[in-house]
Design a protein around this ligand. Structure first.
Ligand SMILES: N[C@@H](CCC(=O)N[C@@H](CS)C(=O)NCC(=O)O)C(=O)O
Length: 373
C-alpha cells in the first residue's frame, strides 16, 4: 500500500519537529525523507519556497507551511482534534501556536548560532547532507554566519538587547515549568496546537542544541519531561475524556503579558510598516525593542489569520478571550488599525495542485537558500 504522505524534513529543523510530533500524535501514516540538495530544489519547484517541512501526497499534491498544513490535516483526520472544543480556548491555542512559532524563533536562533560550540556543531550538521566531504566546513561556517546576520545582527539584535533575547529562553521556561507542573499539556489533559507550536523551538532547538539543551535540563525539568511526553504521545491511548484548563492561573500571567505587550504589538507594528511600504521599522515592545528590524510579509499574514479566527468567535467568546488579558493590559494591539492585508492568502491555500504555479525561485535563492518566507 502506498503511503499517502511523504514528509521532507531534517532532524534539526524547528518546523520539521513541530509537524512530525503532530503526525505522530495523530497516528497519521507517513513516510519520512531527509533532505539533500536535490530534495530541497524539488520542494522549491513545487511549493515556491525552499523550506522544510513539506509534504508530497501520493496524488501529486503538495502541502507546505506547518500552520496551514496542520489546519488542512485536521480537516482530513478529525479524530482527537488538536483544537479544544471550546471556541475561545481554541483561539487561545492558535494564538499560543503562533507565538511559539514566530516569537520564539529569535531566541532559538540566538541559542543555536551565538555560542561558538553550538554554531560549529550545528553548521556542520546542517551542511553534511547538503555538500560532500570537507565542504561541510566552509558550508557550515557560511550557514552559521548567514543565520547570525539574517536573524540577529541585521534584524535589530544589538549589544543593548542581546542579553534580553538570550533570556527569552529563561522567561519561557519559568512559565512552562509552572504549567507542566500543573498539567501534562499546555491547555490540560491532551495536546493541542499550542503544544505543537511550542514544540518547534523547544524540541529541535532548545532541547537539542549543545548549550541550550543543558539549560533546558537544568532550568526546565518539567519542560524536558513534556518534550518526551509529547514526542511519545499517541491520540489512541490518551484518556477518553478531555479536561481543558482555561489559562487564567497566576502562573500564566507573565506569558499572557509577553503575548499582549510584546508579540501582538510586534505583529501590529510589523503590519503597519508593511502597509507603509517600509522594508524595516523600529519595534518597541514592553520587554524588548528591536531597532531597524526587517518587515516581514509572512507575519502580516499571521496577524490577519489571528484576526480572522477572532472575528469568527461569538461576541461572548470574544469577550472571554479579551477578559483573559485584562490584568496584563488587554489585547488591543490585535485589533489596532483593523485588518492589514498581507496579500498572501492565496499562497497558503492548501493543497497545492500539480500544475499550479508557485512563485518562481530566483537564482540567488537557489544558490544561497531561503532563510525568510
Ligand atoms: N512558516 C514555515 C517556516 C518553515 C521554515 O522556516 N523552515 C526552515 C527550517 S525550520 C527552513 O527550511 N529554512 C530554510 C533556510 O534556512 O534556508 C512553517 O511553519 O513551516
Amino acid at each position: 500500500m502506498s503511503t499517502r504522505y511523504t514528509v521532507y524534513k531534517s532532524d534539526i529543523s524547528y518546523f520539521s519537529g513541530k509537524l512530525e510530533a503532530y503526525l505522530r500524535y495523530k497516528e497519521i501514516p507517513h513516510k519520512l525523507v531527509d533532505i539533500d540538495q536535490a530534495v530541497v530544489h524539488r520542494i522549491g519547484e513545487n511549493t515556491g519556497v525552499l523550506k522544510i517541512p513539506a509534504i508530497e501526497m501520493d496524488n501529486g499534491q503538495w502541502l507546505f507551511d506547518t500552520t496551514p498544513m496542520i489546519r488542512w490535516l485536521e480537516a482530513q483526520h478529525t479524530e482527537s482534534s488538536v483544537l479544544p472544543d471550546d471556541p475561545a480556548l481554541a483561539f487561545i491555542a492558535l494564538l499560543l501556536e503562533d507565538y511559539g512559532d514566530e516569537w520564539l524563533w529569535r531566541p532559538a536562533m540566538w541559542w543555536r548560532w551565538v555560542p561558538k560550540i553550538s554554531r560549529m556543531t550545528l553548521g556542520r550538521r546542517i551542511a553534511a547532507p547538503m555538500v560532500p566531504g570537507l565542504l561541510v566546513i566552509p558550508f557550515g561556517y557560511y550557514f552559521g554566519r548567514r543565520q547570525l546576520k539574517e536573524w540577529l545582527w541585521d534584524d535589530g539584535v544589538d549589544k543593548n538587547n542581546d542579553g534580553a533575547v538570550r533570556d527569552m529562553l529563561y522567561r519561557e521556561l519559568e512559565s512552562l515549568e509552572a504549567v507542566f507542573a500543573a498539567q501534562p499539556y499546555m491547555l490540560g489533559s491532551h495536546p493541542t496546537v499550542a503544544d505543537f507550536g511550542y514544540f518547534a523551538s523547544m524540541f529541535r532547538h532548545f532541547g537539542n542544541d549543545p548549550i541550550s539543551a543543558e539549560v533546558v535540563r537544568r532550568e526546565g525539568p518539567h519542560t524536558h519531561e513534556w518534550l518526551a511526553r509529547l514526542w511519545n504521545a499517541k491520540h489512541s491511548v490518551q484518556p477518553a475524556g478531555t479536561n481543558w484548563v482555561w489559562p487564567e492561573a497566576d502562573h500564566w500571567q507573565a506569558l499572557l503579558s509577553r503575548i499582549a505587550n510584546d508579540y501582538l504589538p510586534y505583529l501590529h507594528q510589523n503590519a503597519m510598516a508593511f502597509a507603509q511600504g517600509l522594508p524595516r521599522f523600529n519595534y518597541r515592545g514592553k520587554s524588548l525593542s528591536f531597532t531597524n528590524t526587517v518587515t516581514t510579509n509572512y507575519r502580516v499574514w499571521c496577524r490577519q489569520e489571528l484576526q480572522r479566527e477572532f472575528a469568527l468567535l461569538s461576541t461572548m467568546d470574544q469577550q472571554r478571550v479579551s477578559d483573559l488579558f485584562v490584568d496584563v493590559g488587554g489585547i488591543e494591539s490585535l485589533h489596532s488599525d483593523g485588518v492589514i492585508e498581507s496579500g498572501l492568502g492565496g499562497e497558503f491555500s492548501l493543497p497545492l495542485t500539480p500544475g499550479s504555479q508557485p512563485a518562481k525561485l530566483s537564482l540567488r535563492k537557489k544558490i544561497f537558500g531561503q532563510p525568510r518566507n
